[in-house]
Write a protein that binds this ligand. Structure first.
Ligand code: COA
Length: 347
């Protein structure tokens, strides 16, 4: 049975740097508050009209494909993770296929928010192990800056998120000591509403935190003026509750991956945690007894880029020579759903 290795990797972050200081123009916040609670110093925002989730994905994918020594027509399948798609439907996978001039290959969008990229890797790995495909483009891309509440009302969410994209080419390999060892996926929908964007949606306030829409007229449920006027088109997050769950599930899913392969934390050469919050990453590092050299963080520069955070961090760690051939790399993520996941691989 073939295994899957990362044959090429690429990232793209928009040019525009947005500092904590700049955010003070829009809301009541401070550099001190943001850095102390999250570690974030700045983030990138895509160009409002010229850049989209798909165009950023195209840039990251071009590099990943070139890096793998391939051309876009060599790709057999696309798995695209995002929570901020160009359109409500169709998904970004088909837009990427079109923009890159690929063959009429399958394109699948994954909606697992912060753990989207690790879920996407797991899905692609199964297609490769089954022998169905040889080269799969796996992408995580987000344009958060287009859908955040930049007033003081939305400050607990808007200061955290940033834009960017990362991509890998997952390729079939028979090389020993190379490629994905295992992936581990989990969910618990009991707290689905504490980190969510309810609208547009079909819930008609069945689950949401907001006003009752029982009196809405036909057609209004999906997205009404009322919803927009009362800021119900923005993400909602109970930050402290997310934090508490994340610090339990991150170490748990990393240990699950290690134990499944008879390994221990000291065997990890590089842990790439989803960049949710520097405090969460530091807590996980401490729990597992990992050194600073074993964990890569870049949330300070990019904020939380959700599905793009793991591939951007993985790419940057590799570019800086912090990941070498044969290294044991662990990817781990936790986020809205809740969903959480890990992947263990030899680089
Ligand atoms: N600037 C200044 N003050 C802010 C603020 C901001 N950007 N955002 C919230 N505050 C205020 C709150 O209004 C609150 O004020 P109050 O005490 O007067 O009511 C105070 O800061 C504390 O808010 P709280 O939400 O309890 O802060 P916190 O210490 O939990 O930090 C998060 C907030 C969001 C940084 C933190 O909970 C977190 O990171 N959670 C995990 C989120 C996450 O990882 N999400 C991604 C999903 S993977």
């Amino acid at each position: 049975m073939p295994k899957s290795k990362i044959a090429g990797i690429g990232k793209y972050v928009p040019e525009r740097v947005v500092t904590n200081e700049e955010l003070k123009q829009y809301m009541d916040t401070s550099d001190e508050w943001i850095q102390e609670r999250t570690g974030i110093q700045e983030r990138r925002y895509a160009h409002r009209t010229n850049e989209t989730t798909t165009t950023m994905a195209v840039e990251a994918s071009k590099i990943a494909i070139q890096n793998a020594g391939l051309t876009p027509t060599d790709i057999d399948f696309i798995v695209f993770a995002t929570l901020s798609p160009d359109y409500y439907f169709p998904g970004c996978g088909v837009l990427l296929q079109r923009e890159m001039g690929m063959r009429e290959i399958g394109a699948l969008d994954i909606r697992n928010q912060c753990s989207g990229f690790v879920y996407a890797i797991s899905v692609a790995d199964q297609f490769i192990k089954s022998g169905m495909y040889k080269n799969i483009l796996v992408v995580g891309s987000e344009k958060h800056s287009f859908g955040l509440d930049f007033s003081t009302r939305g400050r607990n969410v808007s200061v955290i998120f940033g834009d960017g994209a990362g991509a890998v080419v997952l390729q079939a390999t028979d090389e020993p000591n190379r490629g994905i060892l295992s992936t581990h996926l989990h969910s618990d929908g009991a707290s689905a509403e504490i980190l969510a964007m309810y609208n547009p949606g079909t819930h008609a306030n069945k689950w949401g935190h907001y006003a009752n829409f029982a009196d809405a007229t036909i057609g209004e449920m999906f997205m009404s003026h009322d919803m927009i006027d009362s800021a119900q088109n923005f993400p909602y997050m109970d930050g402290p509750a997310v934090f508490k769950k994340a610090v339990v599930k991150f170490p748990e899913v990393i240990m699950e991956a290690l134990q499944a392969n008879g390994l221990k934390p000291s065997d990890i050469n590089m842990l790439i945690p989803h960049q949710a919050n520097l405090r969460i990453s530091q807590f996980v590092q401490h729990q597992l007894g990992l050194s600073d050299q074993q964990v890569y963080n870049n949330i300070q520069k990019y904020g939380n880029t959700t599905a793009a955070s793991v591939p951007i961090a993985l790419c940057e760690a590799w570019e800086q020579g912090k990941i070498k051939e044969g290294d044991l790399v662990c990817l781990a993520a936790f986020g809205s759903g809740f969903t959480w996941a890990s992947a263990l691989l030899h680089w």
